[in-house]
Structure formats: C-alpha cells, structure tokens
Write a protein that binds this ligand. Structure first.
Ligand SMILES: [Zn+2]
Length: 439
C-alpha cells in the first residue's frame, strides 16, 4: 500500500515535472499581440493596454495588460491602437479606372484581369482591408481564381466575396458594349446581360454555377457606362423580383447598384438585401430601407473621384460619362448625410477601382464629413460590413473564435479618423503581412 502510494507520488512528481516543462510549449505556437489600446468590439468603448492571443489563425483570448505570455511569440504594438481588420463591401479588383480602360476591355485576356486583381488585392490588404466584397469583375473567372488562391494562402490579399459578372439589362449600365463597333460588341456580350424574367433567372443561375458568392445587379443607370441613358431604373420590376427569387433559391443575396430614387425603391421592393451608391434617396426611400432592413453601401469616395474627373478639361471620361459624373458625383456626400440622419443601416464601401486600390480608407474621412462619428464609420467597416457580407461569425470584431484579422495604427482613430489612412500593422488569419516596426 505504502509502496503504491510512493509510486503514485513519484509518478505524479514526474508528471508534474513534465507538465512544468510543457507549460510554456502550450503557448509555443501562439502569437501575443501587445496593444496599447484595443477596439475589440466597434460600437463599444476600446480597452486599454491588452494582449491578444492568436493561435492557428484564430483569436483565442484577450487579456488585460501587457504581461509576457510564456512561450508565445510577442508582437510589440504597445504604442499602437489595435482594431479589427477593415472590410470594404464594394470593390472591383480586376480593374482600375484609367485612360486605357476602353482599350483593355478588348485586349485583356482572363489572365490579364487576374494579374490586375493579384496586384490590387495586395494593395488593398496592405491598406488594412482584410476582407472585401468584389461586386463586378472583368474576365470570365479571374476574380474567382484570385479569391481561391488567396484562400489557399498562396497570394497576399483580403478575403474576397465575389459577385463575378454584373447582371444588367441590354444597353444598361452593366452592359460593357457601349461605344464599340458591332463586331466587337458581339464578342463583348456577357452571359449576365439579360432581358425578361427567364433570361434574368438564367443569368443568376449561371453566376452561381461559376461560384459567385453574391449576385450584383445594376438596377439603374450609372455614371461610368459610356451611354447617355440617365441614372434611373433600368430593370423591370418583374425582372428584379425574379432575380431575387432565383438567387434566394440558390442561397444567394442580391445587391443592387442604384442611383435614381425610382430604381432604388423598385430594387428594395423586389427584395434586394442592399443598395450600392443610393444617390437620389429621399425620405420615402429611407423609410423603405428601414422597413426592409436593407443596407446602404454609400461609396462617397467614388462620387468624389468622378466629380474631380468630370472637372478635368484634359480628363479621359467620354462625354456621356462626364455629363453624368458632373451631376451625380457632388451629390453623394449629402446622400450619406441624409441616409445616416434617417437611420439607414450603413456598410462601408468605396467602389475602389474607380478610385485607386489601396486608397480605400479615404472613405472614412468622407463619412465623418457627412456627419458620422469616427466610431460609427469604423463600425460600418467592421461589425456592420461583416453582417452585410454574412460573415459575422468569423470576422468584424476581435473576439475568441474569430479569424485573427487585426490591424494597428498610430494614434487614436476615434479621435482622429485620419489615423486609418496609414495602417502600419496588418495581420490576416494570424499571419503578419505588414509590420512597419520591424522593417
Ligand atoms: Zn462599383
């Protein structure tokens, strides 16, 4: 009996010693981010000095204070402000507006568009945007290939939720054939251009077959299509209704590009989940937004960008686009002011590709100019955008179980939103992609 007890005692001692040596390796694969402050849940007050533990790509714990964690690899962000990776709900990674855009449309291969997206994805990530929604891509499958390669960890870029080809009516905003000769136009006809409910159902289904995560439609005319067809409703009500149903049957949401009041409201009535741009929304539109629970993605940066281009006498916008840009561009800041005051749910989105990729954070400055507090603007780009992208379970805040998508900046962006224009530290999925401190 005594012998046994002694044996047990010594086994316990050995086990204890083993555990003792194992205690630090328990954190061996862990990164410990020591942050001066952490906005872990945008919308609520930030924490003071804290340590975020990250293991296997996920956040495992947030500890108060800056104590070293045994065995964990420390990342010194003690004089930085940490917050969740930013989310841009409206980008076009395969292209960027330039004087050669119309030539690219007829010279680029799918591989060329993919190469663009690789470059732009990297810039976007380095600007602190760890997730994006790509709402309209050039090339057949380029955006999907880039999305998948990023997900496999082979490329540096944000998590991408992709719409693929924009669903548009013939001659509408998303029909890329404007201004080309008929033989070229025939070659440019997209399978996502549709007229009538049958064709529009098919366009949705073809996009889903190509692995689209979300369906993007152009409910109204738009600024940068080379056609003098205005910015009001373009789809018929029954076409939009069937697009939404066809998408829902395959588990997809629909987001609608819309400027004119008629088209915004028709799209909302048809059941789209969100509106991109929203330029001419008014009190009635705001009430409809709230009744439907739809998000607005304001893209004020795109408005500001095209307004500047329209005023440039040496600019490259064709006359039809220039005329629309002059009218629509300057209206967008006030649109956001009305929507925000009216209580519309807002998800951050820039339309990058109109503006330069990597400049996404400039939208924050415009949001604050439109009357949002820095906290509200940051919430739109984290918690709200994650909800809008149906990814709230995995991104949008710093909390145990979510992807370790964490950025850090100098200064407090809640005091001065411009702090977000220079993101010095970017972690996505637990991997550090940028750290100015260690350069
Ligand atoms: Zn867009």
């Amino acid at each position: 009996m005594t012998k046994q007890t002694n044996l047990t005692k010594s086994s316990l001692l050995v086990a204890g010693l083993l555990l003792g040596t194992l205690a630090s390796p328990a954190f061996a694969g862990t990164k410990a981010l020591h942050c001066g402050a952490v906005l872990d849940q945008p919308g609520t007050n930030p924490r003071g000095p804290s340590t975020i533990l990250v293991e296997a790509g996920k956040i495992t714990e947030i500890r108060a204070g800056l104590d070293a964690v045994d065995g964990a690899k420390s990342v010194n962000l003690k004089d930085k402000f940490c917050l969740p990776g930013l989310i841009d709900s409206h980008v076009h990674l395969t292209s960027e507006l330039s004087s050669k855009g119309r030539l690219d449309a007829v010279t680029h291969s799918d591989a060329d568009w993919a190469m663009n997206a690789v470059l732009h994805s990297r810039r976007t990530l380095m600007a602190g945007f760890t997730s994006v929604q790509d709402v309209g891509a050039r090339g057949d499958d380029a955006i999907y290939a880039v999305r998948d390669a990023i997900n496999r960890g082979e490329l540096a870029g944000p998590r991408i939720r992709a719409a693929g080809k924009t669903v548009s009516v013939s001659g509408g905003h998303g029909d890329g054939r404007h201004g080309y000769s008929e033989d070229i136009a025939a070659a440019l006809l997209s399978p996502a251009t549709c007229d009538g409910v049958d064709a529009c159902r098919r366009a949705v289904r073809e996009n889903v077959r190509r692995t689209a995560d979300v369906i993007k439609i152009t409910a109204t005319g738009g600024v940068l299509s080379n056609t003098a067809a205005g910015t009001e409703q373009q789809f018929f009500d029954d076409e939009m209704r069937d697009i939404v149903i066809a998408a829902r049957l395959m588990g997809r949401k629909v987001t609608a590009h819309a400027h004119g009041k008629s088209g915004i409201e028709a799209a909302l009535r048809a059941g789209v989940s969100s509106i991109e741009h929203g330029t001419y929304l008014d009190g009635e539109t705001i009430a409809l937004f709230k009744k439907k629970g739809a998000y607005l993605v304001p893209t004020v940066l795109a408005g500001a960008t095209v307004a500047i281009m329209a005023d440039d006498p040496n600019g490259f916008l064709p006359p039809a686009s220039r005329a629309k840009a002059k009218v629509v561009g300057p209206l967008m800041l006030d649109m956001l002011r009305r929507a925000h005051q009216g209580g519309v749910k807002i998800a951050f989105g820039t339309d990058s590709g109109v503006s330069a990729h990597g400049d996404n954070a400039q939208e924050f400055v415009l949001m604050v100019e439109a009357g949002m507090t820095p906290m509200q603007a940051i919430t739109a780009a984290t918690v709200s955008a994650a909800d809008h992208l149906e990814m709230s379970a995995v991104i949008g805040s710093i909390e145990p179980g979510k992807h370790a998508d964490i950025i850090a900046v100098d200064g407090n962006p809640l005091d001065k939103i411009e702090a977000l224009l220079d993101v010095g530290f970017v972690m996505k999925g637990g991997k550090v992609y940028k750290n100015k401190n260690t350069k």
